[in-house]
Every structure is written in C-alpha cells, then in structure tokens.
Design a binder for this molecule. Structure first.
Ligand code: ZN
Length: 198
C-alpha cells in the first residue's frame, strides 16, 4: 500500500467525470487500499474520491472516527467508526436537509457552508464486487454526497449558495490555538501523518 499524492483545484482531472468500474478486481482493490491509506495518513482527512489522486474511476473511501457523544443529535444513534471502500457509488434515495461547513483536501484551507440531504441511501459495489446499500445520515451522509460529487467533477465550492460563508481557514492556524480544535474533524492518525517529510 502507498500514500498517494492528492491533486488540487486547477488540475483539470478534478473537473472530469470518472468512469464506472466494470468489475472490482485486484487493481480496484489496490487503488481503494492506497486511497484508504492516504486518508488515514493525512491530517483531518475523512474521505477521498479517486479523481483526487488523479484516477478517473468511480471509487471512494471513507474513514470516520466514532462520533463523540456530544455530537449525537437527540433521538439519533451515534455513528461510527465507519470505514467504507466503494465502487460505483450512487445516491438512490435522499431525504431531509442539513446545512453545514465543508472543506476539501483538493481545495486546501478553504471551508464554506453547503446544503446537503440529511439522509441518503447509497448503492455501490463493495471490494468483493457485491452490490451493497449504505444508509447514512448526518455527517456520514454529507461525506458520501461530497465524495460522489467528485466522481462527476463537482467540488463543494460549486454547491455553496452563500459565498459569504466561504473562507480561508487553514488547519495549521487552528492547531496553534490550544483548546480550539474540538470542532475540527480529525482522524486519530494526525501525529503519525505529521511525520511525513513532504
Ligand atoms: Zn473533496
């Protein structure tokens, strides 16, 4: 497995439509495993779509830490930890609405408010090439919608309705402010990832 380089806005591959995976074979499994390793070794990363590593195939991965008790909405079950590797994911059902802050590894430092469906059902192929359905709500539903957008060349900034909410807030600055990092979605691998030489 290998950590892959994440391409950033301005690279035309982020604006292309990725092609369907015909069969989940060893190539696809290796791609997904490398993408997962990339997510789990990149600070604040929780998900990735293949076009973000320059591969125009319909593959996404998600690695969410378990939801903290205080993040759980009343009446909802806590989510996570969630680890998904999916080929050809598509939203086949979406209901409700949520508005929240999003960022993207391919647009480093920029965040903004995006409206998404609150609940989604995603149909996809798993790494055994079997059809699966993933039901998600809240943050996981948001992550899935964001990543599936990438497969169609859509970036979160395209979905921002109020440009006033778009702002530059690099994580490095936030890390320096002690005690102010609770709201940042961070995987447990940050220390490890900071040791990367690039
Ligand atoms: Zn993104």
């Amino acid at each position: 497995m290998a950590v892959m380089e994440i391409i950033t806005e301005g690279d035309s591959r982020l604006r292309q439509k990725a092609s369907k995976v015909r069969k989940v074979d060893d190539d696809v499994r290796k791609l997904a495993a490398d993408m997962m390793e990339t997510v789990e070794n990149t600070p604040y990363a929780i998900a990735l779509a293949a076009p973000q590593v320059g591969v125009l195939r319909r593959v996404i991965v998600v690695s969410l830490p378990a939801e903290e008790p205080e993040e759980v909405e009343e009446g909802e079950e806590p989510e996570g930890p969630v680890r998904l590797m999916l080929a050809n994911p598509e939203v086949i059902r979406s209901t409700g609405q949520q508005t929240g802050i999003e960022g993207c590894l391919s647009i480093p430092g920029w965040i903004g408010e995006v409206k998404r469906a609150m609940h989604v059902t995603v149909r996809a192929r798993d790494m055994e090439d079997k059809e699966v359905r993933v039901k998600a709500h809240g943050f996981l539903a948001r992550a899935l919608q964001h990543e599936i957008d990438h497969l169609d060349g859509i970036l979160f900034v395209d979905r921002i309705e109020d440009r006033e909410t778009l702002r530059y807030e690099p994580f490095e600055d936030e890390e320096e402010v002690e005690g102010e990092t609770e709201n940042v979605v961070a995987p447990e691998t940050i220390g490890q990832a900071n040791q990367r030489s690039d």
